[in-house]
Design a binder for this molecule. Sequence first.
Ligand code: S3P
Length: 454
Amino acid sequence: MAQLRVHPVRHFTAELAVPGDKSISHRAVMLGGFADGETRVTGFLPSEDCLASLAAMQALGVTTETIDRTDFILRGRGGKLRAPLESLDCGNSGTTIRLLAGLVAGQPFTTRLFGDASLSRRPMKRIVDPLTQMGATLSCEGANQRPPLTVTGAALQPIHYQMPVASAQLKSAILLAGLQTPGLTVVEQPAVCRDHTERMLRHLGASLRAGEHRVELYGGGRLTGRDLPVPGDFSSAAFWLVAAAALPGARLTLTGVGLNPTRTALLNVLTRMGAAIKENIERDDFEPRGMLRIEEGGRLKGVTVGGAEIPNLIDELPVIAVAGALADGDTVIKDARELRVKESDRIATVARHLREFGVSVEEQPDGMVIHGGSPIRAARVTSHGDHRIAMAFSILALFADGPSLIEDTDCIKTSYPTFEEHLASILANDLAGKFRFGASLVNKVKQLIKPKQK
Ligand code: S3P
């Protein structure tokens, strides 16, 4: 099992381009593969999760012309997918299983979707209910409606659905089904959650109107293939933003990052904690992207994070907890019960690991209270197969009193395959800062500590 040994840093200087956005990459292959004609995807995230979606779409009849791992052309099926010969492996990816369920719900065949042990513990009732109401037949093999999940498609009915949870995966599953039936499908969300599906559907020609809490889609039309440039993943950028914001004197520039406002609530949280972050939107085709810069990190102060902002920073909460541990005073995370049904129970895992690093924390049913500002003790923790836990605690380890060990880090490949490389370059810059090495020596060190390509 892979592990990461992380040394503390003093001098943090980095300019990084994080890899493609995970949520947008999933949607690019699903919607591009479903549309009429060709779609050119650029900046795709070649991570295990997104490759599972690509392989599933290929099994459903989509063909691809590869340029390289991030750029390719999809030949869309014009709304008619092909029955898969085998069950579709969704790996670790909740987005793959839930969005695909919506897509195949309107197709005249049966699809069985399964995944790894973590995915097999994740709730599917939230999508089974609306897709069943629309006319598809869904059944789960796991207890309490857990995967594997079998979907038998049908001629669907549009639906007016009030979502019980603010989940973009649920909203998207309903929209992908609604796309395939004439008439008005309406989805109401209890809080605004990421709107990548709505933006991409509109970009590909769907008739869709989106208000704050309500999305209306006129189904039965066709999507037309178009260029889909994927911006860098804000959720990957988040790890470096927290590290730089919390380290006095740190400097960070992130280029080409997705800056969709339904994803960037972390910027507001870090600003409330005292960080100064510059945001510059440079391009806005169907998704805004641009640059983020921290010119000087400093000491942070504790804040309360909760309410309507939670869905817009849901994936950042483990690293926000890390920011809370580094900040002076208490940080309260509340209204985040959804964290218990992510790739791991992220409330329990984060609280346990914070304690292992010497941080005092109280676990709550919907979040935690972190008493921050004490020295961080080097520790040895496991990811429990959860990529965001592995990366969040690698960031905390940068602030410890000695080297820490993060175990079971293979899972990082599900969302950020070059994380180790980026971490190694930051550690190399730190060495250069300590000893005032010249640039050529720094590059040699970077080569030496660069992890081998697997
Ligand atoms: C995602 C939505 C979120 C998020 C996940 C990706 C998406 O999940 O946590 O990592 O791409 O739609 P929920 O919709 O379950 O909140």
